[in-house]
Design a protein around this ligand. Structure first.
Ligand code: SAM
Length: 215
C-alpha cells in the first residue's frame, strides 16, 4: 500500500478499476512479481483519463523500467501516439525492449538509453505530456528542460511526489532520505507557484502532481 491514503480507501478505489486487457494485466502482474516499481493502478487509470480527454499524442517519459507505463500510454493514445522514454539501467532497457516488442509497440515507443538529465538537455522536441517517474531527488534538476520540451497547453505529470508520506511530514522522514525529501519539497513548491504552470497535487498512489503549462 502507498501509505498516502488509508488502506480501505485505496482498496475500495482499486476494486472499482476494471482489469486491464489480458496482456497488460499479465505484464502488470509479472512486473509486480519481479518487484519492479511500476505505476500504481489508480495512477495508471488517472493518466489514461488525461491522455484520452486531452487527446495526447506525444509523451516523454523519464524512467522506463520494464516499459509498463510506456506501453499503457502508447495503447491509450492509439496507433498514432508516440512515446519517447528514457532509462539509464541497462538491465531494465533490455527487459523493456523485449516487453515492448512482444506487445507489438516498437513503432510507437522509442527507448532512449542513458541519464535523463543528459538526454533532456539535448532534446530538441516538444511533447503534449511529460511523465516524470525517475529518481525522485532529481525532478527539480529536470524542470527547466521539461518546461522547454512541453508544448503550451501540455501536461507535466510527476509521480511519487509524496514519497510514502515523507514529503508531507517530518515525522515519517527516514534519515537517509533527507536529501530526497528536501529536493522534492523544493520541487513541489516550485511547480505549485511557477508562473508558467497551474498545478494540482493529488494523494493518488504515492502522490501525483499534475501541472498544466499555460497557453
Ligand atoms: C519507478 S521506475 C519507473 C517505472 C515505470 N515508469 C513504470 O511505471 O512502468 C524508475 C526508473 O527510473 C530509472 N531512472 C532513475 N533515475 C534515472 C535517470 N536519472 N535517468 C534515467 N533513468 C533513471 C530507474 O533506473 C528506474 O528503472
Amino acid at each position: 500500500m502507498s501509505e498516502i491514503v488509508q488502506d480501505y480507501i485505496e482498496n475500495y478505489i482499486r476494486g472499482l478499476i476494471p482489469e486491464n486487457e489480458p496482456r497488460i494485466e499479465k505484464f502488470r502482474n509479472q512486473a509486480l512479481k519481479d518487484e519492479i516499481p511500476i505505476i500504481h493502478k489508480e495512477v495508471q487509470k488517472h493518466i489514461e483519463l488525461l491522455i484520452c480527454s486531452h487527446k495526447i499524442q506525444s509523451i516523454l517519459e523519464v524512467g522506463t523500467a520494464v516499459g509498463f507505463s510506456a506501453s499503457v500510454f502508447a495503447l491509450a493514445m492509439g496507433p498514432q501516439g508516440q512515446v519517447d522514454t528514457i532509462e539509464r539501467n541497462l538491465k531494465m532497457v533490455v527487459q523493456a525492449d523485449e516487453n515492448i516488442t512482444d506487445l507489438g509497440l516498437k513503432n510507437q515507443i522509442n527507448l532512449i538509453i542513458g541519464d535523463a538529465q543528459e538526454n533532456l538537455t539535448k532534446l530538441d522536441k516538444s511533447y503534449d505530456m511529460i511523465f516524470l517517474d525517475g529518481a525522485k531527488g532529481h525532478y527539480i534538476h529536470l524542470l527547466d528542460d521539461c518546461l522547454r520540451c512541453l508544448k503550451p497547453g501540455g501536461l507535466l505529470i510527476s509521480d511519487n511526489v509524496l514519497y510514502k508520506g515523507m514529503i508531507a511530514t517530518n515525522e515519517l522522514v527516514i534519515r537517509r532520505k533527507i536529501t530526497i525529501v528536501k529536493r522534492m519539497r523544493a520541487y513541489l513548491e516550485t511547480i505549485a507557484n511557477h508562473p508558467q504552470l497551474l498545478t494540482s497535487i493529488l494523494p493518488l498512489g504515492d502522490g501525483l502532481a499534475i501541472s498544466w503549462k499555460k497557453d
